[in-house]
Design a protein around this ligand. Structure first.
Ligand SMILES: CCC[C@H](NC(C)=O)C(=O)O
Ligand SMILES: NC(=O)OP(=O)(O)O
Length: 312
């Protein structure tokens, strides 16, 4: 693996899932693979799980880790040819090359603007690091994707599946803030690669990018979608069509015990209790969100392992 900015950077998804599950059973088996190698993590936005699980994964492989809240560093310029006499202090061309001298692998979190769809969907920030750093780049959630989250989700579904072709539902839920489509996009992309019966449900106006959803089943009727579900993956996202805007905060889309029945409840976290999902669900045996968050370490570890193997 040369980089992990997109789920399609994984050559064999089922093998990668199985290798991650093996790593989970023996997390220090490759503890010398990353000796004298450094992971530099750059955060333009907040994080808990990604920040901690990715560092844990790197250290499990013997890597050194340096983490920078880069939004507290110099304000970077990403456009070519700009006369930088306003509020940007350093061009990504210099910053990426300088950082690459301190790192063997760079990992970046940069959420979308949710203002400019073309710029966001051009993935300017993470693609600039990939272009100018010339070392492997890992996506810690970018403007349109969260591939490490999706890999952890796939590992979790593999672990908890009780039948060969489980019914998986991605349901939108309300949230007071306008959130990225990144997690939803990557979950949809990952489900399209797995042997699952997959349905997306959301209110009208929340259709995801059709280049992502392709021919995946979509319904505006949440009750119909949730019927006989084995896994219910819940996430809020802002409108793609009416880019970055909140069109609904309909409380009827909040997940309740009554709606979820015996399905396993999944969410990438952080989750707004009693807005996205009621307490009763999160506090029940239906919820596997803690197991799901634990799998973030092994998703990151198998990705870093495959990148290190290519470097060594
Ligand atoms: C992992 C989720 C990160 C982010 N969530 C928030 C609350 O900003 C999102 O929805 O993309
Ligand atoms: N799910 C996830 O990426 O969590 P953080 O935003 O806390 O890293």
């Amino acid at each position: 693996m040369k980089k992990y900015t997109d789920i399609n950077d994984i050559t064999n998804i089922s093998q990668t899932i199985n290798e991650a599950i093996q790593l989970k059973k023996a997390p220090f088996e490759y503890k010398n693979l990353g000796t004298n190698k450094t992971l530099v993590m750059l955060f333009f936005n907040a994080s808990l799980r990604t920040r901690l699980s990715t560092e844990k994964a790197a250290r499990n492989l013997g890597m050194d880790v340096i983490c920078l809240q880069i939004n507290n560093s110099w304000n970077l310029e990403f456009e070519d040819g700009t006369i930088m006499n306003l509020d940007t202090s350093e061009h990504i061309k210099e910053a990426a090359k300088v950082i690459a001298q301190y790192a063997d692998i760079i990992a970046v979190r940069a959420f979308p603007s949710l203002k400019n769809k073309d710029l966001d969907y051009a993935e300017v920030i993470i693609n600039s690091f990939t272009k100018y750093a010339n070392i492997p780049v890992v996506n810690l959630e970018s403007a349109t994707a969260h591939p490490l989250q999706a890999l952890a989700d796939a590992i979790t579904i593999n672990e908890f599946s009780t039948n060969k072709r489980p019914k998986v539902v991605l349901s939108w839920a309300p949230h007071p803030k306008a959130l990225p489509q990144s997690v939803a996009n990557s979950f949809v992309t990952m489900m399209q690669l797995l042997p699952v019966d997959f349905t997306i449900t959301h209110p009208e106006g929340y259709e995801l990018n059709s280049e992502v959803t392709k021919n995946t089943k979509v319904t505006y009727n949440q009750d119909e979608a949730l019927k006989d579900a084995d896994f219910v993956y819940v996430k809020n996202w802002s409108s793609y069509k009416d880019y970055g805007n909140i069109l609904s905060q309909d409380e009827n889309w909040m997940i309740t015990q009554k709606k979820i029945n015996n399905a396993k409840f999944m969410h990438c976290l952080p989750v707004r209790r009693n807005v996205v999902v009621e307490d009763a669900v999160l506090d029940s045996d239906n919820s596997i969100v803690i197991n799901q968050a634990n799998n973030r370490t092994y998703a990151a570890q198998i990705v870093l392992k495959q990148i290190l193997e290519e470097l060594n």
